[in-house]
Design a protein around this ligand. Structure first.
Ligand code: SPD
Length: 277
């Protein structure tokens, strides 16, 4: 008798799916906010899945986390305080704390179960959650930024897709609150989905961020387990120009100064989604 094959399938659109053969399901639970699973895939290692959507995997997480963190932190001339909204797996926090100038990195994740299960099953990603410079808050990021004024040098929206608990993280009101929560010269970045599959959403995000920030840019990275494999980030800056990244001196696997610059060189179809300059 042949071995039973177990597969995880993410239905990325009504007509498109990603399938990964898995060894086992390590955890599956209904949290107060979403369906959470961590599965052990043969191709990409352990994979965090929220509401059926891949959030991160051990093998390709470095691309997303390095690009959502190092692009804004190396755009800012001297970041000391960083706020991560969402990001409960801890990957963005791990990357932020590679920057020697960071005095405090605050992460506000609404779903404590994401933090807890990432600590248990994704230690290579969650490894910085106990760093003395990390402040981990289980709470509502939208409320947190509303209550902050000029506090942060960099704010990152490391959100799930714009359904369920993350809808408010794609609103103009949230972007205005982030602007107000940033100090002078502050930089904001939000993950903004795939230019192949979510063009309308990217246009909306760009336009909403541009209605608040004086400089708005779109940049791209290749992430194999996200829908279409090509992912976008929207950056809003109160001043610093992302075309001029600072040099850095810590280990990375995807991010380089050249990749930083190249990420803003958009293919024509993606350039059309960017807010007018
Ligand atoms: N479709 C997947 C989008 C997920 C973006 N956020 C991932 C969180 C990883 N820290």
């Amino acid at each position: 008798m042949s071995d039973l094959e177990l597969w995880f399938t993410e239905r990325q659109t009504e007509n498109l799916a990603l399938g990964c053969r898995i060894r086992s399901t390590l955890v599956r639970e209904r949290t107060p906010y979403q369906d959470l699973a961590i599965v052990d895939t043969l191709q990409y290692g352990r994979m965090l899945v929220l509401d059926g959507c891949v959030m991160t995997t051990e093998q390709d997480e470095f691309v997303y986390h390095e690009m959502i963190v190092h692009v804004p932190l190396l755009t800012h001339p001297d970041p000391r305080r960083v706020l991560i909204i969402g990001g409960g797996d801890g990957g963005a926090l791990r990357e932020a704390l590679k920057h020697p100038g960071i005095e405090k990195a605050t992460m506000v994740e609404i779903d404590g179960a994401v933090i807890e299960q990432s600590r248990r099953f994704l230690p290579s990603i969650a490894c910085a959650l106990d760093d003395p410079r990390a402040e981990v808050i289980v709470g509502d990021g939208i409320e947190h930024v509303k209550g902050a004024r000029g506090t942060y040098d960099v704010i990152l929206s490391d959100s799930t897709d714009p359904i369920g608990p993350a809808v408010g993280l794609f609103s103009a009101e949230f972007y205005r609150d982030c602007y107000n929560a940033l100090a002078d010269g502050g930089v904001f970045v939000a993950q903004s989905e795939s230019p192949f599959l979510h063009a309308g959403l990217i246009r909306d995000v760009q336009q909403r961020v541009a209605s608040v920030f004086p400089l708005t840019r779109l940049y791209l990275a290749a992430i194999p387990t996200y829908p279409s494999g090509l992912w976008s980030f929207t950056l809003g800056s109160k001043g610093p120009d992302p075309a001029q990244p600072r040099p850095f001196d810590f280990p990375t696997r995807y991010y380089t100064t050249e990749v930083h610059r190249a990420a803003f060189a958009l293919p024509a179809f993606a350039r059309e989604l960017e807010a007018p300059r």
